[in-house]
Design a protein around this ligand. Structure first.
Ligand SMILES: C[S@@+](CC[C@H](N)C(=O)[O-])C[C@H]1O[C@@H](n2cnc3c(N)ncnc32)[C@H](O)[C@@H]1O
Length: 387
């Protein structure tokens, strides 16, 4: 998640000082999110949102507490509340090591931050490329994504066992204790999908990554749906503000990365997929696209007269669709429990969350291909009719 520019003033009061004013006994019975909201306000923050389920599937997110005007602040976080992760262009593994080192070597800070740690998803709740179970990757029907996932997971493992000495020679020596692969994968996944990039405190030319309590509970919205933006004010504090009028109860969303409009990108980097009214192809299904780059073409290229409005492109897309081992309808049946035959045979819909996510991904990928093929066919027919 990449954000705007910042100017800087003096350091704010240290977090530890503020924490001392809190009464642990008073907060003992509250749930982790209520504690988080109180903690942020006790530390000079501002909170004008609520946290809860934002869709039928129970996705956690944030909503406006009241009608909001454009530029109104939804959350303000003092700069000392941010978790520093180091430079933005390092791997998530390196950012995770910065975080873990601070946690282990500064127990007082770690204790103060416990309210934040408690607000994060549990280990089995985070589903990203770092944690995708290798045994289930076949369900994606996407060998190239499966290969990228394996490469990433190998890299994480290799960093931990010291096989990448240019990053760290001895993780144990660096952290002062052992850490299991599962824990390292979890923190790498958290950093990869919950961190933000901002200009540095001292050198605005340099970008750094940080984790931001509460701000990181705001979900992604595509460019046309997003209603919140993030920036740092002149004191270096972090602010999420409304980019338009927002109604009470409306979900707050900001754009993590424009690429998330394509499901292969959103799944790989953030572990979610979207069923959009006008679905976009997976980036890798564009003629020169791949998981990391869809910049050479856009959907507009399929319009009449566009560079991709050709018979060859139509055939290329049809070939991709025909090569999948199951159809879109078959995938849908796996998710819904489907037709009379399935019921007769006692077949139940998939319940495992990773399996459902992977099958949904492949189904939506086929849907986008099907709709693009239909559109392209119609565009080609209308251009030949004009001749
Ligand atoms: C920065 S967190 C946002 C808060 C998160 N929903 C939570 O409750 O902790 C990013 C994660 O939220 C989920 N997420 C964000 N935007 C989403 C969206 N538009 N649809 C589905 N899941 C989304 C994904 O699991 C993603 O990895």
């Amino acid at each position: 998640m990449s954000q705007g520019a910042v100017t800087w003033a003096e350091d704010s009061a240290p977090l530890e000082q503020k924490q001392a004013e809190e009464s642990p006994a008073k907060n003992a019975d509250l749930d982790s999110i209520t504690k988080l909201l109180i903690w942020i306000q006790q530390n000079e923050g501002q909170v004008d949102l609520e946290v809860g389920a934002v869709n039928e599937a129970g996705l956690r997110g944030t909503k406006a507490m009241r009608d909001m005007q454009q530029y109104q602040v939804a959350v303000k976080l003092k700069k000392y509340m941010a978790v520093p992760l180091g430079e933005w262009n390092k791997s998530s593994e390196e950012n995770a090591l910065v975080l873990l080192k601070k946690r282990f070597k500064e127990p007082e800070w770690d204790k103060v931050m416990q309210t934040y740690w408690d607000s994060l998803p549990q280990r089995d709740e985070i589903i990203t490329k770092e944690t995708f179970p290798p045994a289930k990757l076949g369900l994606l029907q996407d060998p190239s994504m499966a290969a990228f996932v394996r490469i990433h997971q190998d890299f994480t493992r290799n960093v931990l066992r010291g096989a990448k000495p240019h990053i760290v020679k001895d993780v144990r020596a660096m952290l002062g204790r052992d850490i299991s692969l599962e824990e390292f994968k979890y923190w790498t996944a958290m950093v990869a999908s919950y961190a933000f990039t901002f200009p540095d405190d001292t050198d605005p030319e340099k970008q750094v990554r940080v984790m931001l309590p509460l701000v990181d509970l705001i979900n992604h919205g595509n460019r046309d749906e997003a209603n919140v933006k993030l920036f740092r004010d002149e004191n270096g504090d972090y602010i999420a503000y409304a980019t338009r009028v927002i109604k009470k109860g409306e979900e707050l969303r900001h754009t993590y990365q424009a690429g998330c409009e394509r499901n292969d990108h959103a799944l790989f980097h953030y572990g979610f997929v979207q069923d959009l009214p006008e679905p976009k192809l997976a980036a890798q299904d564009l003629p020169s696209g791949n998981l990391y780059d869809d910049s050479a073409h856009s959907e507009a290229d399929y319009d009449v007269g566009g560079p991709l409005a050709t018979e060859e492109e139509l055939q290329r897309l049809k070939d991709i669709l025909a090569a999948f081992p199951t159809t879109e309808a078959e995938d849908e049946r796996l998710l819904t429990g489907g037709g009379w035959m399935d019921k007769l045979l006692g077949r139940k819909p998939l319940t495992d969350s990773v399996e459902r996510l992977f099958v949904t991904y492949r189904m939506l990928r086929k849907k986008a291909l099907r709709l693009t093929i239909e559109r392209l066919r119609a565009n080609l027919a209308s251009s030949s009719a004009e001749l």
